[in-house]
Design a protein around this ligand. Sequence first.
Ligand SMILES: [Zn+2]
Ligand SMILES: [Zn+2]
Length: 359
Amino acid sequence: MSTQFTIPKTQKAAIVEANDQPLKVIDTHPVKQPEELAPGECLVELECSGVCHTDLHAAKGDWPLPAKLPLIGGHEGVGRIVAIGQHTQDSPVKLGDRVGIKWLAYSCLDCEPCRNGLEQSCYNNKLSGFTVDGTFSQYVVSWVSHVTPIPENIDSAEAASILCAGVTVYRAIKYSHTKIGDWIVLPGAGGGLGHLAVQYAVAMGLRVVAVDTGAEKKELVMKLGAEKWVDFKETKDLVGDIRAATGGLGGHAAVVTAATGAAYAQAVDYLRHGGTLMVVGLPARASLSADIFFTVVKSISILGSYVGNRQDAREALDIASRGKVKCHYVLKPLSALTETYEGLEKGAVVGRVVLNMKE
Ligand SMILES: [Zn+2]
Ligand SMILES: [Zn+2]
């Protein structure tokens, strides 16, 4: 397929060559040319990319499964399709479309999890910024079947973090067995995922008990529509306070976005009978422990929820594009990636950092 776009031979990109070396921003990284794209592949000229905590793990190589090397990280990219591989059949997107690149860059759509709509758990998946190069560059190669169309009435920088953080919490709430008017408990409510979870929960008609610590986070979550606040550092009885906040019985569901094992510790106790615990936040090398007796007699469901599939991504973006969910972010140039990683490591990043690829 020919293209009306001018595509340079080289580009700016942030590259990790080894896990123990600082990343390098270079402007001589080759751009895959249109005639080099395989059928089904597309080239996206990026406008911006959010930075996720997962990118830091990929750069450091500290997960049980290491990322490819050398690596271009990033999986919250938004840009325009500037080329589509020759002989691509029935593409759902066309040249010039604005699309998003998420963590799940590709799934086979044919293994058992894929056939059941669990594309994110595909046995043959490709992960953006992990097993294939990601979005910390000016151009990225993706797949026409898996890029996410971005609705018109949302800014690219606003849409970026919906593609990972937003989709992740949206799907967890969607599958939490809750209905309008139910109480949902959100440990980690003031964090990057948590502040989006509060807004999705409110948009879905749920009543939010926000659990986190500090005056700044309290102010943020209450402004975003949480009804009750429990400071986990100040309370002497977390379970009692959450039960009291929900009329005595406990939450109908809890979605844990905090990345600490401790945030899961008492969840079964503060859920009401028939309640659901959604496991989302990923502390490194932690185990989930729950009292078996009460898990059984209270009929508690404990479910893992991992990012989202193509449909979840469209739904999460649709809700955000109608102004129901806003990501708090700051825009920085690609050269600020190293300092952003340092900030993430210290827990000092408030909301999200979005990198502007046009700068
Ligand atoms: Zn992510
Ligand atoms: Zn598959």
